[in-house]
Design a protein around this ligand. Structure first.
Ligand code: SF4
Length: 364
C-alpha cells in the first residue's frame, strides 16, 4: 500500500488517526478551523479499514487521508495483546497503542509536529476511560505529542496547547457515551453525511471473531490471507484440520482466488457441487504436525464431508453408490471414492463463539 501517493505537497501541522467515523472527522475539522493542516492516517489491517473511501473523505469532508498498512505488526500483536481483549476479540488498548506508536514514527516523514486522535473521554467502557487514555498515551510513547481535541477541555493541557500552537479555548470538552456533543459539532461544521456509529471492526463482532479464533489458535504464523479465507464460505475444523466449503458460486470463485499452492481443493468429478478448500499450514503445536500435510484418511474424510453439500452427490449416497472427488493441490490431481456424509469420523464442526471466552482466559 503506497502511503504517499497523490498527497498534496503540504506543510502538515498534524497527523490524525482517521477511521472514517464521526469522531475522527470532527477531530480533524476542529483543528482545520484553527487554520492547521491535518493529514489523516487510515490504518488498514485484516480486520478493519476502508481505503476505497479516501476519495469520498476528501470530497465530502475536505480531509486528506492516506492508507497505512499495519497488517503484519497487527497480527503479531493480536495473538497476545498485553492489555487483553474487549468484548470479543478486539484488543482495543493495544490496537490504539500500536497505531499511535506507528503514527509517531511518521511525524518526521510528513514534517508534522503532533498527533491527533478522536477519542472521547468516557465514551467506551474499556478503551476510553481516563486512566486508560493515560495508559495508551504513555505506553505508545506519545505523551508529549498527542492531542485529543474533542475532549480537550476535560483533559489536562498538552504541550501543543501550552505553546499556543493550538488554541485550547476553541477546543470542545465532549465526554461520555451520548452523541449530542458530536452531533452539535457536526452541525456547526455542516457535516451532514454522518457515518453510522458502528465502527466496522470485525474483531469487535462475535461471528467474525469466532471464525478468526481457530486461525489464531492453531496456525504458527497466521497471515492476512488466512483471515481472508476464514471470511469465505462455511468454516469447519476437525482438531487442527481446517476446511472451508463454498456456499454459492460467488463464494466458490472467491475461495478459488484465495487458494495458496499448498491448499487442497476438493471438487466433485461428476456432479455440480461446492468447492472445498483444505488449508495445509505450519501448526503452532508440534502435536498437530499433520496439519501441514494431511494424511490420506483425513483427505478422504474431508472429501466425504464436502461432497455431502451437493444434493446430487447425496442422492447417490442414498442409493448406496459412492462418488468420485477430485483432490487438487497446485497442478497435482488425485481422485478419491467416498460416500458423501454429513457426519464423519473426524466430526467437522463450525467455530463456536463460546470458545472466545476460553481463549481470553488462556485455556484454549
Ligand atoms: S474496535 Fe477494533 S479498530 Fe477499534 S480500537 Fe478496538 S480493536 Fe482497534
Amino acid at each position: 500500500m503506497n502511503t504517499s501517493a497523490n498527497i498534496p505537497n503540504t506543510a502538515w501541522d498534524a497527523l490524525a488517526l482517521f477511521s472514517g467515523g464521526l469522531d475522527s472527522i470532527l477531530a480533524v475539522k476542529v483543528l482545520q478551523e484553527q487554520g492547521l493542516n491535518v493529514l489523516g492516517l487510515h490504518y488498514v489491517s485484516p480486520f478493519f479499514g476502508k481505503p476505497h473511501l479516501l476519495g469520498h473523505w476528501r470530497s465530502e469532508y475536505g480531509i486528506e487521508v492516506i492508507p497505512v498498512d499495519v497488517r503484519r505488526p497487527y497480527l503479531d500483536m493480536l495473538a497476545a495483546p498485553a492489555h487483553g481483549y474487549g468484548k470479543h476479540l478486539n484488543p482495543c488498548v493495544d490496537c490504539k497503542i500500536l497505531m499511535l506508536r506507528h503514527a509517531r514514527g511518521l511525524l518526521e516523514t510528513y514534517g508534522a509536529k503532533f498527533l491527533v486522535s478522536g477519542e472521547v473521554l468516557g465514551q467506551r467502557p474499556m478503551s476510553q476511560r481516563a486512566d486508560t487514555l493515560n495508559l495508551i498515551r504513555k505506553d505508545a510513547g506519545v505523551t508529549d505529542v498527542l492531542l485529543r481535541p474533542l475532549s480537550a477541555q476535560k483533559l489536562g493541557p498538552t504541550p501543543m496547547e501550552q505553546s499556543g500552537l493550538v488554541d485550547r479555548e476553541r477546543l470542545p470538552g465532549i465526554w461520555g457515551r451520548g452523541r449530542r456533543g458530536q452531533l452539535e459539532l457536526a452541525e456547526h461544521f455542516g457535516v451532514t453525511d454522518i457515518p453510522t456509529p458502528a465502527g466496522g471492526c470485525r474483531l469487535a463482532e462475535i461471528e467474525p471473531a469466532a471464525r478468526y479464533l481457530p486461525v489464531l489458535s492453531h496456525l504458527a504464523d497466521p497471515r492476512p490471507e488466512d483471515f481472508q479465507l476464514s471470511h469465505l464460505g462455511r468454516q469447519y475444523w476437525a482438531g487442527p484440520f481446517w476446511l472451508s466449503i463454498g456456499r454459492n458460486e460467488a463464494a466458490n470463485k472467491a475461495m478459488e482466488a484465495a487458494t495458496k499452492p499448498d491448499d487442497l481443493r476438493f471438487r466433485l468429478k461428476d456432479f455440480v457441487g461446492p468447492l472445498a478448500v483444505g488449508r495445509q499450514y505450519a501448526p503452532k503445536n508440534p502435536v498437530d504436525a499433520d496439519a501441514a500435510r494431511w494424511p490420506e484418511a483425513v483427505v478422504a474424510d474431508a472429501a466425504a464431508f464436502a461432497a455431502s453439500y451437493s444434493p446430487r452427490a447425496r442422492a447417490e449416497a442414498d442409493a448406496g453408490r459412492p462418488v468420485t472427488v477430485l483432490v487438487l493441490r497446485g497442478n497435482d490431481a488425485a481422485e478419491v471414492r467416498v460416500t458423501p456424509a454429513r457426519t464423519t469420523p473426524l466430526d467437522w464442526t463450525e467455530p463456536k463463539s463460546a470458545a472466545l471466552s476460553l481463549w481470553k482466559k488462556g485455556r484454549l
